[in-house]
Design a binder for this molecule. Sequence first.
Ligand SMILES: NC(=O)c1ccc[n+]([C@@H]2O[C@H](COP(=O)([O-])OP(=O)(O)OC[C@H]3O[C@@H](n4cnc5c(N)ncnc54)[C@H](O)[C@@H]3O)[C@@H](O)[C@H]2O)c1
Ligand SMILES: Nc1nc(=O)c(N)c(NC[C@H](O)[C@H](O)[C@H](O)COP(=O)(O)O)[nH]1
Length: 227
Amino acid sequence: MLEKFLILGDHLRPYVILNAAMTLDGKIATKTYDSKISGEEDLIRVHKLRKECDGIMVGINTVIIDDPRLTVHKINSKPSDNPVRVIADSRARTPLNARVLNNEAPTVIAVSEKAKNEKVEKLKKRAKVLVLGKERVDLVALMEKLKDMGINKLMLEGGSTLNFSMLSKGLVDEVRVCVAPMIVGGKDAKTLVDGPGFEKMDEAIKLKLKKYYTLGKDLILEYKVIY
Ligand SMILES: NC(=O)c1ccc[n+]([C@@H]2O[C@H](COP(=O)([O-])OP(=O)(O)OC[C@H]3O[C@@H](n4cnc5c(N)ncnc54)[C@H](O)[C@@H]3O)[C@@H](O)[C@H]2O)c1
Ligand SMILES: Nc1nc(=O)c(N)c(NC[C@H](O)[C@H](O)[C@H](O)COP(=O)(O)O)[nH]1
């Protein structure tokens, strides 16, 4: 942790890396929410990245649909390698039996003022709950809190809605995508970035390609975000 702190210096928020796996047509899940996209080699890359990060964040829909552990479990690791798990969960919908609430790693659940107090109290027994924002989680405030907690490098693992919010608020520094050689189509399938989107190409988030390589059948693309 100290080493990462020294490298990343004194930002007001963590350094954020958005990582995802998508099909060639940009889908991160099918219309029925199937999302087995990465090949085994890519999953190893993902777990190495998880190990390098102090925190890992997902949106509540990803928790409800995939029930991920968000720990380092595909490579050799010890409990202290697990990043702090962070869930953006405006209405405190995290199921009490969700795997992100197990005791393998600490968990932060960010809720908004819309969250029911009764559920918040239950979640507090299993996680650190932060109330930030009126309707939705205030992501800028959340980033500041995470930084204060010593999270200097944060991996953003989706889904599409949270990816858009984080990108459009200028909170993402890098985008790393695994492009799998598959096409699934479907206007209702989840894409890498959904949300309301921008109206004009001028408004698009601009990226600079830094690295590309293949891992098994997959193509890995690594970009820096230019703000
Ligand atoms: N292939 C991949 O790499 C990958 C990675 C992660 C998720 N997924 C897939 O993505 C799908 C879920 O994506 P999604 O877009 O439905 O949901 P999501 O996981 O992005 O969660 C969105 C929810 O987060 C909550 N939230 C709280 N504050 C927010 C804010 N400020 N901005 C945005 N959201 C906020 C809201 O309740 C919102 O509905 C699943 O099917 C999952 O399998 C795929
Ligand atoms: N890189 C990547 N490739 C995929 O093919 C895929 N489906 C995900 N999805 C991310 C999501 O957060 C998943 O739910 C967890 O990657 C799986 O759960 P674990 O945390 O490992 O238990 N991510």
